[in-house]
Design a protein around this ligand. Structure first.
Ligand code: PMP
Length: 458
């Protein structure tokens, strides 16, 4: 236990000295002291099942002994060299990571955060294509730096000052909330309740969304473009999935205009989606650049951009890119240990098995409760979209979403929120969770929904 600060003193310091934007996630802020595997412990010793893993970041479990040991070993050897000098951890990590990516994605640039990775990917795409315009989906989150804010299209994050020169948004082909779409458009054991009237096995919705995408290309950007950024599944927007085949066609359209295709794997990578190690593989596509962060370091600040030798050379010819901390020995030692743990503990397979089980269990709640509009996702990236009623699909009011969220916390379950109206619960635990954890989580969530129903009935 940390003895130095009382809960009240922490609240005071927070108010006086920390960014006012860092607001508490719960009415009574959670003060955490310790983490172990998929569990967190607060200052009073209360235990929580962490089903959001520090915003989809703690990939192999809190304080994993193997990752801790690697960090400790490196801590006593060498912390920092800057990229001016060589050190074995960076080469070991580069070899391990590149082995996990298909040809020709073999050149790695190491940075410190997802925003930095996407910043660099923007620079690369522009340097290689010699064009400026970049497209990304509405609802997509790609970073909070002033350039990546141009890619991020989630209302509250946008500012008047930094809209991102040359960035254009395009309609997100959201099969639940978009104007067209339906469950038939994607492979999943759990199907979104269909909205469109086309036959279950057809993919009309995809074609409608592709028309919108073409419209953006024809009307909002220059003839030659630098690139297109997409998350394989949108995270911050509430685990939004696209119609099957959409990204494949969109990539072709972008390439016809000389643009590069960038997969933002910050949330979807490292086996989280279960069936594949990378989210782009679930779409049967091959990006030109892949960006990754969060789970790569299990919570240690590190990130990477992986690309082809040709694109890497275009960048090298056009600019001297430098990063003081990127690829530091600590991060690389930790990154290697994380990759080893994912493999040794079969965590990708666990994501697939336990994630699919969880999706099915939560889908049962959708059938039971009118306010659960959609249950979707893949592996251990699951979204539960809350609605006023299934017919209207209007978002459940914030206050009601918050009550359910807080009830879950009081019963020992931490989950995330997302979506333009913060209407979707997000579930993305460490990949070491078990079926008993899922049973507990589903029961807690169910109890919170019953309490909500009882409150409204009064
Ligand atoms: N891309 C995606 C898909 C993200 O979810 C995030 C963070 N939420 C980022 C990029 C930015 O990462 P960071 O916060 O490490 O800058």
């Amino acid at each position: 236990k940390y003895q130095s600060l009382t809960y009240e003193r922490v609240l005071e310091i927070h108010k006086q000295h920390l960014s006012p934007i860092l607001t508490a996630y719960f009415p009574k802020p959670l003060l955490l002291h310790q983490g172990h595997k998929e569990w967190l412990f607060d200052y009073e010793g209360n235990r929580y099942l962490d089903f959001f893993s520090g915003i989809v970041t703690v990939s192999v479990g809190h304080c994993h002994p193997k990752v801790n040991a690697a960090a400790q070993k490196q801590l006593g050897r060498l912390w920092h060299t800057s990229t001016l000098f060589f050190h074995p951890p960076i080469h070991e990590f580069a070899e391990k990571l590149s082995a996990l990516l298909p040809e020709p994605l073999k050149v790695i640039f190491l940075v410190n955060s997802g925003s930095e990775a996407n910043d660099l990917a923007m620079l690369m795409a522009r340097a290689h294509s010699k064009s400026t315009d970049i497209i990304s989906f509405r609802g997509g989150y790609h970073g909070g730096s002033s350039s990546t804010l141009g890619l991020t299209n989630v209302g509250p994050f946008k500012t008047e000052l930094s809209s991102g020169l040359g960035c254009q948004s395009t309609m997100c082909p959201d099969v639940f909330r978009g104007p067209w779409g339906g469950s038939h458009c994607r492979d999943s054991p759990v199907q979104t309740i269909r909205k469109c009237s086309c036959a279950p096995d057809c993919c009309q919705a995809k074609d409608q969304y592709i028309e919108q995408f073409k419209d953006t290309l024809n009307s909002s950007v220059a003839k030659s473009i630098a690139g297109f950024f997409a998350e394989p599944i949108q995270g911050v927007n509430g685990v939004v999935q696209y119609p099957k085949g959409f990204l494949k066609e969109a990539f072709e359209l972008v390439r016809e205009r000389g643009g590069l295709c960038i997969a933002d794997e910050v949330q979807t990578g490292f086996g989280r989606l279960g069936s594949h190690f990378w989210g782009f593989q679930t779409h049967g596509i091959l990006p030109d650049i892949v960006t990754m962060a969060k789970g790569i370091g299990n919570g240690f600040p590190m990130a990477a951009v992986v690309t082809t030798p040709e694109i890497a050379n275009s960048l090298a010819k056009s600019v001297l890119h430098f990063n003081t901390f990127g690829g530091n020995p600590m991060a690389c030692a930790i990154g290697s240990a994380v990759l080893e743990v994912i493999k040794e503990e079969n965590l990708q397979e666990n994501s697939q098995e336990v994630g699919t089980y969880m999706l099915q269990k939560f889908a049962e709640l959708r059938d039971e409760f009118e306010i659960v509009g959609d249950v979707r996702g893949k592996g251990l990236m699951i979204g539960i979209e809350m609605v006023k009623d299934k017919m209207s699909r209007q978002p459940l009011p914030q206050e009601e979403v918050n009550e359910i969220h807080d009830d879950c916390k009081r019963m020992g379950l931490l989950i995330g929120k997302g979506g333009i109206f913060a209407q979707t619960f997000r579930i993305a635990p460490s990949m070491c969770i078990t079926k008993p954890d899922v049973k507990f989580a589903v029961e807690v969530f169910r109890s919170a929904l019953i309490r909500h129903r009882d409150r409204r009935a009064k």
